[in-house]
Design a binder for this molecule. Structure first.
Ligand code: HEC
Length: 505
């Protein structure tokens, strides 16, 4: 009660009474300091600084427009239906105040009224990292031209498994680095692709990601995972930075430095990623006719154990319009975990829940993703619109929402992990239908026995049919020992079984 009264009082004091002049120093500077300067200051991602009266007043008209249509600060998740951490969003009152200030003639007021601008620490925000690595070669970003998506491989050469609490990225040319995602590759494919076109790194997404360590978006400071949580970083993995560049009008050279913070020991509970639909929507048959303005992709997953959800993030390309993930609890109540009414490929944030969200065993999470492939969509990469199918290029489409959580009981991890693997069978939905028709499913135990020439219960590389060898090992050989051992064969059986029953959950 007390705090409510207190914040009410604070509101009264911080907003000028009707009729009183709105001034920069007293009324506007606090809003700019708190909501804009993290990106709009020298050396940061935004194209111009907003750090003092002159800079803000020069851009005042545009500022009033972009805060009114909620283009700035960039934030796409509906924070009214889901409570998130670090929400970048102005209140309606703040927006109204900015527009009043501009309408009334942008009064400067008395500098003595202005709060001190925030102080940003130079150097590592989280302190000295346990490991510092850097891109081997600098990459040249031209002054203008289209956005660039490029991957850079950084060998870590770790000789033991590690657990990662946080990663801090320090771009050398912050103004052109729009965002960067951190992937792991344990197969060496990324290394092979590196530099093949004569420049550092490689484009496209044609390496198999063996893990993920989160990502960097401008304006959001690096954070350590809560409690004793940490992400696995198996020995022998390479770090792959998947970076999106936005040319700034000035040629720049990027050579990113990465600081890695390790946990001293394995976490008591393991994080699990639940992607709905799996494989970024690969098995959903995404095929959007030219002109279709409301194409819908929907998929569900039943969580088998009690889980605490930590964060949620979406992934799609240009013509995606909306994204929503809901959780239907066993008692029938519904929770909205993510609602993005206006998807923007440029701001693929990971949204952390304000507090871990409890999802009891039996909760069904459902993703609904919509696309507008009509000419009315200003983000459509094709004029006139063209048929768009699932694919890895940014002018193709994908769609999925990823929930990250931990099982409440550490022992439940195996069961959760197994059911997400079974869920991945959907990637092969088409194959599943064909197998069903040929009744392969019913004959599977016999087939496996026949393939297993040496009768050791595992399928060695040479025992697998040559035509399917690559695909089967890529998808199923979790431990990378070039054969399918009994637990991996079990995953195959579970997959096929789930396709046979056609069940979603
Ligand atoms: C998370 C980083 C970030 C924050 C926070 C942020 N901006 Fe921006 N802003 C950008 C980037 C990046 C661009 C340029 C790219 C773009 O337009 O998306 C931009 C562009 C702009 C533009 C130019 C838009 C145009 O149409 O030319 C204005 C004006 C602006 N920001 C104002 C603000 C104001 C006012 C705030 C605070 C209320 C703010 N920004 C907060 C990153 C940020």
């Amino acid at each position: 009660m007390k705090t409510v009264t207190f914040s009410l009082l604070l509101c009264l004091f911080s907003f000028p009474v009707y009729g009183e002049e709105v001034t920069y120093h007293r009324d506007i500077a606090p809003i700019i300091h708190a909501n804009c300067m993290s990106c709009h200051r020298p050396g940061e991602s935004a194209p111009f600084p907003l750090t003092n009266y002159d800079e803000v007043s020069r851009k005042a008209k545009t500022i009033a427009r972009v805060v009114d249509d909620r283009y700035m600060p960039p934030w796409h998740a509906n924070h009214e239906v889901t409570a998130f951490q670090d929400v970048r969003r102005l209140s309606d009152d703040e927006v109204a105040l900015i527009s009043r200030w501009v309408d009334e003639g942008k009064a400067e007021g008395d500098p003595a009224d202005s709060p001190e601008p925030p102080i940003y620490t130079e150097g590592w925000q989280l302190g000295q990292p346990d490991m510092i690595v850097k891109m081997a070669l600098p990459y040249e970003v031209p002054a203008d031209g289209p956005d660039i998506y490029r991957n850079f491989v950084i060998p870590l050469d770790l000789d033991e498994d590690k657990w990662v609490k946080a990663i801090e990225l320090r771009p050398s040319a912050r103004s052109v680095v729009h965002h960067s995602l951190y992937f792991l590759d344990d197969s060496g494919t990324a290394r092979k692709l590196d530099g093949q076109d004569g420049k550092p790194g490689f484009r496209g997404m044609s390496f198999r990601k063996s893990g993920s360590l989160g990502g960097y978006v401008p304006g959001v400071s690096a954070k350590k995972l809560p409690g004793d949580l940490a992400r696995p970083l198996p020995k022998g993995s390479d770090l792959v930075l998947s970076t999106h560049f936005h040319p700034s009008g000035k040629a720049e050279v990027e050579q990113t430095t990465v600081g890695i913070y390790f946990a001293d020991k394995a976490p008591s509970r393991q994080l699990q990623e639940v992607q709905v639909p799996p494989g970024f929507g690969r098995g959903m048959g995404i095929d959007i006719p030219a002109g279709e303005s409301n194409y819908v992709v929907e998929d569900s997953f039943k969580i088998p154990v009690d889980v605490e959800a930590i964060s949620v993030s979406g992934h799609a390309h240009y013509i995606c319009e909306t994204m929503r993930m809901t959780a239907k609890l066993p008692d029938g109540t519904e929770k909205i975990l993510l609602d993005i009414p206006d998807w923007d490929l440029d701001w693929q944030d990971t949204y952390y829940f304000a507090t871990p969200t409890f999802l009891p065993a039996g909760t069904v999470v459902t993703s609904v993703i919509t696309y507008d492939n009509s000419s009315a969509n200003p983000d459509n990469p094709h004029t006139p619109p063209q048929r768009i199918k699932w694919g890895r290029e940014s002018t193709d489409e994908m769609g999925s929402i990823t929930l990250i959580g931990v099982p409440v009981e550490a022992d439940d991890y195996t069961s959760l992990n197994r059911s997400t693997k079974v869920q991945k069978a959907k990637i092969f939905a088409q194959l599943g239908k064909e197998l069903k028709d040929t009744r392969v499913l019913d004959r599977l135990p016999v087939i496996i026995r026949a393939l297993d020439k040496n009768q050791d219960g595992s399928l060695q590389e040479q025992e697998l049919p040559a035509r399917l060898r690559g695909a089967l090992l890529l998808r199923l050989d979790e431990d990378g020992n070039k054969m399918l051992d009994p637990s991996e064969i079990q995953t195959l059986k579970d997959w096929l079984e789930s396709m046979k029953s056609g069940s979603n959950a």
